[in-house]
Design a binder for this molecule. Structure first.
Ligand SMILES: [Zn+2]
Ligand SMILES: [Zn+2]
Length: 482
């Protein structure tokens, strides 16, 4: 009788970079295919990045991609003169959620390998792909590289829409079972810090497998995680891959506590409120949306978050785009107000906003331009004139907006993980300088983690009672067994 086999190609003894190969009979699945931040940061930085011209090789060099034949895209394999078997090595890749450390490396996969994920995960991948300026981000569509096509006189490089072809996605319905050759798979929604996260149960004749992905019980959807634990228990798993990001911690701040504490702090100021929270954490967006409503302010989101809200407009859990304010930042020539001037031949220097909107929009990507039509768009000037009317979401790389907004004091809330690495601490010092300059200190640190704590994780394992437990996504696997 065939047995179940697995190999962990990433995500063991580290947080993220999950890649688990699961085999039964002739069926091969990959559970997540994420980027290992720790390995990436060891070799690469903002100004030292893997080269497009080397396709797979820079990534293979440091083990960022596993050495497997038959999984990588054709254009890259041929360009690097690597083997490209006719049939793919994998039958499917299952994604638990759209965080980079679980999904980003699907860019490198051949397009005939089906990707199985929830609807929300697919939408976030699409948003990442369409709004990112990074190179290796072909998550839902592949763009053929290194191809020349004939023109009348010579050849041209294939690019743009002509080079594009969609990947094979299968959108999974929660709790529904899908047959993948000798295995049956089931996605079970769980609570995590971005929409659409799920765990998996994989059923085979040789026993069942549970994979948690990332999860928590203390967000807005803890009930889902409890239901997953219940179902996982019923499956009597032979094998369970369990995340343990916070296995060494035993406390939580809940999403409700974040909301209450931020509301209390915000109620103390009539001035501007600046917050920073993870771009794709729509539950946290909802938290600040609630607070904004209660404090008669408007939540101001950037164009990337506006794009995401638009994609999620059919999901009833999240605010509609019309209910927030959309911040149009100054780009390129920065002509969205009457304060910056431009030379127009025949007329001389005129105010930027006297130009035809078509001209102003030239500074923006195509996907950004549609937000100009919104009535609820705002610029730095609106916020400068009425700072007390807004809660402005501002990322660390958007702090230069403060130069235009000119806040006269106010409140700053950091609603994300506290800085822990050397790079983050350096960045933190820079952020503090900005906040000090604009009279926005102190930093109020208020955050609910996306991960369950050690007591909760051990409680779930105690319920599920797998025959074999494999800690993953953790720096402390030994603590699972103490
Ligand atoms: Zn993760
Ligand atoms: Zn995650």
């Amino acid at each position: 009788m065939s047995s179940l086999k697995f190999s962990i190609l990433g995500g063991q003894n580290e947080i993220g970079g999950n890649k688990i190969l699961l085999e039964y009979k002739t069926t091969k699945l990959m559970l997540d295919f994420g980027l290992s931040f720790s390995t990436y940061k060891k070799y690469f930085a903002e100004f030292l990045q893997p080269r497009k011209c080397n396709a797979l090789l820079d990534w293979l060099e440091f083990g960022l991609l596993p050495q497997l034949n038959g999984i990588y895209r054709k254009d890259y394999c041929f360009h690097c003169n690597l083997k490209y078997p006719e049939k793919p090595f994998l039958d499917a890749v299952l994604l638990t959620h759209a965080h980079i450390d679980h999904s980003a490396l699907i860019h490198f996969l051949r397009k005939d390998i089906p990707i199985l994920c929830t609807q929300e995960t697919f939408l976030i991948l699409k948003a990442l792909e369409e709004t990112s300026t990074q190179t290796f981000m072909e998550l839902t569509n592949l763009k053929k590289e290194f191809h020349l096509i004939r023109t009348k006189k010579s050849y041209k490089r294939l690019q743009g829409e002509e080079a594009k072809s969609p990947r094979k996605f299968l959108i999974l319905k929660p709790y529904k079972k899908y047959q993948v050759k000798d295995m049956e798979i089931q996605a079970l929604p769980v609570d995590h810090s971005l929409p659409g996260a799920c765990a998996f149960i994989i059923y085979t004749d040789a026993g069942n497998v549970v994979y948690t992905g990332d999860l928590r019980f203390h967000g807005r959807r803890g009930e889902l995680t409890k239901k997953f634990v219940e179902r996982a228990k019923q499956a009597n798993p032979k094998l369970m891959f369990c995340e343990g990001t916070r296995i060494n911690e035993n406390r939580n701040i809940t999403e409700e506590e974040v909301e209450r504490e931020c509301e209390r702090i915000i109620s103390n100021t009539k001035n501007l409120v600046v917050v920073n929270y993870p771009l794709r954490d729509l539950d946290r967006l909802l938290t600040f949306f609630h607070i904004a409503k209660k404090s008669e302010r408007k939540l101001v989101v950037n164009l990337k978050q506006a794009y995401l809200l638009k994609l999620f407009e059919n999901f009833k859990n999240y605010p509609k785009l019309e209910e927030v304010a959309v911040y149009i930042d100054r780009k390129g020539w920065g002509l969205i107000s009457d304060e910056f001037w431009v030379f127009l031949e025949g007329r001389g220097w005129i105010k930027g906003n006297e130009l035809d909107e078509k001209q102003i929009k030239q500074d923006y990507y195509k996907w950004e331009r549609e937000f100009f039509e919104l009535e609820n768009r705002v610029t730095y000037k609106d916020i400068r004139e009425n700072p007390g009317d807004f809660i402005l979401r501002c990322d660390n790389f958007e702090l230069n907006e403060l130069i235009d907004i000119k806040p006269k004091g106010g409140v700053y809330i950091r609603s994300m993980t506290e800085p822990f690495s050397d790079d983050m601490l350096i960045e933190e010092r820079r952020v503090r300088n900005w906040l000090k300059h604009f009279n926005l200190l102190p930093i109020h640190q208020i955050h609910a983690s996306g991960h369950a704590n050690g007591i909760e994780i051990k409680g779930a394992i105690g319920e599920i009672q797998p025959e074999k437990l494999i800690p993953i996504h953790t720096e402390h696997p030994e603590l699972f067994f103490q």
